[in-house]
Design a protein around this ligand. Structure first.
Ligand code: FES
Length: 106
């Protein structure tokens, strides 16, 4: 299920924003400039953001305020980026993270 609120009963209508393109595991998706990576992914039906180190269990947005690290992904080659507090940028390359990953390793 895709979720994006364009007209919130309390916050009002979503203001017009510039669209950008990001790439998630090689798939091109549309996002709005200034929104958080995790928000763009959930809005596009992507709910698994990382896999745990030992069992490769799926994890997604949990706290959404940058505290739990369940949303970490590899962004532009840098692992362990908390996607719930990191805004998108045009052309950003994002990959689902397996385990903790380390700098310079794929
Ligand atoms: S969802 Fe908890 S740090 Fe991002």
């Amino acid at each position: 299920m895709y979720v994006r609120v364009y007209d919130h009963p309390i916050l009002g209508k979503m203001e017009e924003k510039k669209k950008v393109t990001i790439y998630v595991d090689g798939k091109e998706i549309e996002a709005y400039e200034g929104e958080m990576i995790a928000s763009a992914l959930v809005s596009n039906g992507i709910r698994v953001l990382r896999l745990t180190k030992r069992r490769l269990s799926p994890r997604g947005v949990f706290c959404a305020i940058g505290r739990c690290t369940d949303c970490v992904m590899t962004v532009n080659g840098v692992p362990n980026i908390r996607t719930c507090v990191t805004p998108v940028a045009d052309g950003m390359q994002i990959t689902t993270q397996r385990g903790t990953e380390e700098w310079g390793k794929e």
